[in-house]
Design a protein around this ligand. Structure first.
Ligand code: AMP
Length: 281
């Protein structure tokens, strides 16, 4: 497995490979990330993983400094999965201090939901993903549905910039009890973890209500909020949206419009997100 830290070396190494599928990550790899790697292997001759904790997607009060960075165990996991290339740049390599800031945005998709509560977030994500795609030039890049809005934003950015790269959505990997895997779950103790389960419980409740014929998005959102409130988590949003445009719905009608339910909530100081696509039978 090749490990690179600079753009030049990454480009040289990549040029020697055939088709490449890229899995961009911030490291602290778990089974969710590794499922993307396995999907990537099916899609191209070679798999590249980027490991980079991207400062521009964190607000000053967020956890950039204490975000886990277990690079040696991450590399061992990549090696065990048969990854061909790991790109692990420094901040200065991807954001050269001598180069002024650049901005990229997909306002129609990015200003709502996460964008309301983390206004800096998608600007940072777009910037780093555009750089990573441009350095590695993969044929395909895999993104998790766990970060549903992010996936939609990246799809739109890639299409909007006319990049010849396919974006592959990959299903959310969960623990047996339903908690979506996340590097931030490491911050939770046992009691907090149980409270964190209320996000997936709220989504299950939403799906049940819709299956039972509830058509009012406000009712479904209220039901999700109640589940999370009972577990003492502070809700940022509990939303029922069109699954492609992320726009609010007047009425839920699965035969006419695909629906996604999305939640974000704080278990004490740990912020969790989750979602569930609700499809017509
Ligand atoms: P991160 O390291 O959190 O930036 O995530 C890197 C990639 O892994 C993103 O495309 C995420 O959506 C994806 N990912 C994170 N958690 C999961 C999960 N539980 N299941 C599937 N994909 C995930």
């Amino acid at each position: 497995m090749i490990v690179t830290h600079t753009i030049d070396e990454t480009r040289q190494r990549r040029a020697a490979l055939g088709t490449v599928a890229l899995v961009p990550t911030m490291g602290a790899l778990h089974a969710g990330h590794l499922s993307l790697v396995r999907r990537a292997k099916q899609l191209a001759d070679h798999v590249a993983v980027s490991i980079f904790v991207n400062p521009t997607q964190f607000a000053p009060h967020e956890d950039f400094e204490k975000y886990p960075r277990p690079i040696e165990s991450d590399l061992a996991k990549c090696r065990a999965e048969g990854v061909d290339l790991v790109f692990n740049p420094t901040v200065d390599e991807l954001y050269p201090p001598a180069v002024g800031a650049i901005e990229l945005s997909v306002p129609e998709l990015a200003q709502t939901l996460e964008g309301e509560f983390r206004p800096h977030f998608f600007g940072g994500v777009c910037r780093v993903v555009a750089k990573l795609l441009n350095v590695v030039r993969p044929d395909v890049a895999c993104f998790g549905q766990k970060d549903y809005q992010q996936l939609r934003v990246i799809e739109a950015m890639t299409a909007g910039l006319c990049l010849p790269i396919r974006i592959e959505p990959c299903p959310t990997v969960r623990d047996d009890d339903g908690l979506a895997l996340s590097s931030r779950n490491a911050y939770l103790d046992d009691k907090q973890r149980k409270r964190g389960l209320s996000l997936s419980m709220a989504l299950a409740e939403a799906e049940r209500a819709i299956a039972d014929g509830e058509t009012d998005p406000d009712e479904v959102e209220g039901a999700m909020r109640r589940v999370m409130a009972t577990h003492d988590v502070r809700v940022d949003y509990a939303a029922v949206r069109h699954s492609k445009t992320l726009k609010p719905l007047d009425l839920i009608n699965l035969a006419l419009e695909p629906v996604v339910c999305l939640v974000a909530a704080h278990v004490d100081r740990v912020r969790l997100i989750d979602n569930r696509v609700v499809a017509a039978e």
